[in-house]
Design a protein around this ligand. Structure first.
Ligand code: NAP
Ligand code: FE
Length: 366
């Protein structure tokens, strides 16, 4: 047996985790750069918890609160310029995957002044300034992954920056999700589910990553009823956050595969939220497996009797409502079959027709 395991992020999980552990901010320097999205962190208490802690500790800070969903390289570069000018020592990213991924890319650009949006993808492995992550969605697990997924308008797609930027600390408090709208809750939860499934049914899966996948799937299964009936109390939020965090650890080892690769085009060209894009493709992706051993284990772990039932549940949770033509599907299929990084994570051989059929069956002949 051969495997590697590396996940260096220190995780603090629980209610009021920021105020209880604020002293750790002192280890990272004199000036913090708080990076967040436009609104939600100010409404759910996470922004105030961070700012109050910094003020109590008398740590200087500046704020960039303009990270959009699916953050663009342009926004990232603008935020990095501000951070460089202000000579910040470390970043506290607050929000969903978009502000967290942007924080990692910004930290990398601040620390490596010769790199910018035009040469960043060919950079050698370099270090970022420290990043502390405060997730407010239970979806991406970005607080414990090394990935930074950015929108590249030049290439007309979303892509991984290609650097390894694990946050140094993840401060995970489920309470920030208590007033999250239903659609965001469901879309982000399905992102976590697709991480669990793609990480489990993956070429890179090993004994440790499977351990995370199995626990994460089991926890996710316990949330399904609450999600379907829109009965999402603190206990369900906590389980969703934990399964998303575990899913993040899983994909930090195994990576994602075909649904993520296929979903990027739906997000870039059709504006479909990330988790929903994966969710629309998941059931057909699982049907494609010739060897169903692990597919059946997934169903067992989330306590669903068949792929048809999973398909039915996904259709209850999200609207399969993308307006798409067969020609567009051909273009997206071509993009996917040239995405070697995602294809190599899939354990069986895949041809153009396999990908094409997943799109057609999921989005047209649904
Ligand atoms: P997001 O794009 O960060 O945010 C989606 C929406 O949710 C925004 O409108 C945001 O508002 C709002 N929101 C965030 N937290 C909220 C809360 N607690 N209550 C109410 N609303 C809240 O969503 P996401 O799905 O978490 O992140 C998606 C991004 O992560 C994509 O770019 C995806 O590619 C990436 N991703 C990264 C990884 C990784 O490993 N790094 C893995 C999977 C996906 P504001 O804009 O006002 O904050
Ligand atoms: Fe994802």
């Amino acid at each position: 047996m051969n495997f590697n395991y590396f996940m260096p992020t220190k995780i603090y999980f629980g209610e009021d985790v920021i105020s209880k552990n604020k002293n750790l901010f002192k280890d990272f320097g004199k000036k913090a750069y708080v990076i967040t999205g436009k609104h939600s962190s100010k409404e759910n208490g996470s922004y105030n918890d961070v700012i109050n802690s910094l003020e109590l500790l008398k740590i200087q800070y500046i704020v960039f609160d303009e990270v959009e969903e699916n953050p663009s390289l342009e926004t990232i570069e603008r935020a990095a310029e501000y951070g460089k000018k202000e000579e910040v020592d470390f970043i506290i990213g607050i929000g969903g995957g978009s502000p967290l991924d942007a924080s990692k890319a910004i930290g990398f650009l601040i620390n490596n002044k010769e790199f910018n949006k035009d040469n960043i993808f060919t950079a050698p492995n370099l270090k970022s300034i420290p990043v502390i992550a405060v997730p407010t969605t239970a979806g991406t697990g970005s607080e414990v992954t090394q990935y930074s997924i950015v929108t590249d308008h030049k290439e007309k797609t979303k892509r991984n920056l290609g650097q390894t930027i694990f946050p140094q600390v993840a401060l995970v408090d489920p309470k920030y999700m208590m007033n999250m709208p239903y659609d965001i809750t469901v879309n982000t939860a399905i992102d976590a589910l697709s991480h669990l499934i793609e990480g489990y049914l993956n070429t890179n899966a090993n004994v440790l990553s499977d351990m995370y996948a199995e626990k994460g799937l089991e926890l996710f299964g316990k949330c399904l009823n609450g999600l379907i009936t829109n009965n999402i109390n603190y206990e369900v939020r906590e389980k969703l956050m934990l399964s998303s965090n575990i899913a993040g650890i899983l994909i930090s080892q195994a990576g994602t595969s075909i649904p993520h690769g296929m979903g990027y085009s739906l997000t870039y060209f059709k504006g479909v939220p990330h988790g929903k894009a994966n969710g629309m493709l998941l059931a057909e992706y699982m049907r494609m497996f010739k060897n169903k051993d692990k597919v059946n284990k997934v169903l067992n772990l989330i306590n669903i009797e068949s792929l048809d039932k999973l398909d039915e549940i996904l259709k209850k949770l999200i609207k399969f409502d993308v307006n798409i033509s067969e020609n567009e599907i051909k273009d997206y299929t071509n993009a996917m079959v040239s995405n070697k990084a995602k294809l190599k994570n899939h354990p069986e051989e895949v041809q153009f027709d396999d990908i094409y059929n997943i799109y057609i069956k999921s989005l047209i002949n649904k």
